[in-house]
Ligand binder design. Structure first.
Ligand code: X2X
Length: 333
């Protein structure tokens, strides 16, 4: 029988329908992160969605929720929600996971790293693999490492050139390890959600904060409420795309492969734009009126020495073996 005209119309409208609405299996998964929608974290998340939607012909899309809204604004709670399967995906940084997985503090131990080569040697090598295993044992599947970056200190009181300059400053910090670091420097640390920090700086509730230039300080316009920045590179903070084990186990092998590939590529992109923005960042911040101080090697050593007690406290919490594996890889990079 000849294919009827009516049949052809029915078929073409079915195709049109499919193109418009995707297949019957189309599913939207949720991704939470705890920075604003202009950051490189957010751009990385959107890239992940774009790549995954394309790879699955629209069967899987990711809805990105910035500012930790899905965990009621609590940036530390996101990891715990992913761990118990209440949230599909998360992009967050190491320090935010430490209440659940203390070992994650290894990355951000003060002055563990001096440069990106050392960072990449750990995230791309055995130490990164080991951390992925530890996270998987807490039901968070780390798909790829990205970058928050080297955290630099800003404040409204004075130029920071030495540990003495930190004395008495009221500093907003993200997590428990940074409280110990700030205490070692004689500052007055206060743990606060990132989403509340801009206002706190503006109103003088705190004098300063510390965050990476490219990923956070520039896109979240910290320069509008802070005068002094010192590039002390005291702590490196990676981010990652993580998926709940529950969700991951629900994917068939072909889907897992697509999710993995999209995450890997999205974080490569995110790292690239973060490093570029950081590189151009100091000039940009000076243009915006910030006073940027770049410490000498000797001045950096004074910060390193002063923060050693916090390093030791947290190295003990993380476990000597893990710390040593990071240090060995750093030394060989
Ligand atoms: O809260 C911060 O400082 C931020 C955005 O860098 C983290 O999530 C650790």
């Amino acid at each position: 029988m000849k294919f009827s005209k009516l049949g052809a119309i029915a078929l073409s409208s079915a195709v049109a329908c499919f193109a418009m609405f995707g297949s019957a299996n189309a599913e939207t998964l949720r991704l939470s992160h705890n920075t604003g929608d202009a950051t490189t974290w957010h751009k990385g998340a959107e890239k992940f969605n774009e790549l995954l939607s394309a790879a699955t012909n629209g069967d899987l899309t990711i809805r990105v929720f910035p500012n930790a809204t899905l965990s009621g604004g609590d940036q530390m709670k996101q990891a715990e929600m992913v761990s118990r399967g209440a949230l599909d995906f998360v992009i967050t940084s190491a320090i935010n996971v430490t209440p659940l997985v203390p070992e994650m503090a290894v990355f951000s131990l003060p002055y563990l790293y001096s440069n990106y080569e050392q960072v990449d040697a750990t995230t791309g090598g055995e130490p990164g693999k080991k951390m992925t295993e530890i996270m998987a044992s807490r039901d968070i599947v780390v798909l790829a490492w990205g970058e928050n970056g080297f955290r630099e200190v800003t404040n409204n009181v004075r130029t920071i050139k030495s540990p003495e300059d930190m004395k008495g400053l009221k500093m907003r910090v993200a997590g428990p390890m940074y409280i110990d670091v700030m205490n070692a420097l004689g500052a007055n640390p206060q743990q606060m959600q990132w989403t509340e920090t801009f206002t706190a700086l503006q109103q003088g509730v705190v004098d300063g904060q510390e965050n990476p230039i490219g990923a956070v300080i520039i896109p979240q316009r910290v320069y509008e409420v802070q005068k002094y920045l010192t590039t002390w590179h005291y702590s490196y903070d990676p981010i990652f795309i993580g998926v709940s084990k529950k969700r991951w186990d629900s994917f068939d092998d072909a889907t897992k492969e697509k999710v993995q590939k999209a995450a890997t590529e999205a974080m490569i992109y995110q790292k690239e734009i973060t490093r570029k923005s950081t590189e151009e960042g100091i000039a940009f911040l000076r243009e915006k009126g910030m006073e940027v101080y770049e410490p000498t090697a000797e001045e950096l050593k004074a910060f390193r020495d002063a923060t050693k007690p916090a390093f030791d406290t947290w190295a003990a919490k993380v476990g000597d073996e893990l710390v040593k594996s990071f240090q060995d890889t750093v030394a060989g990079a």
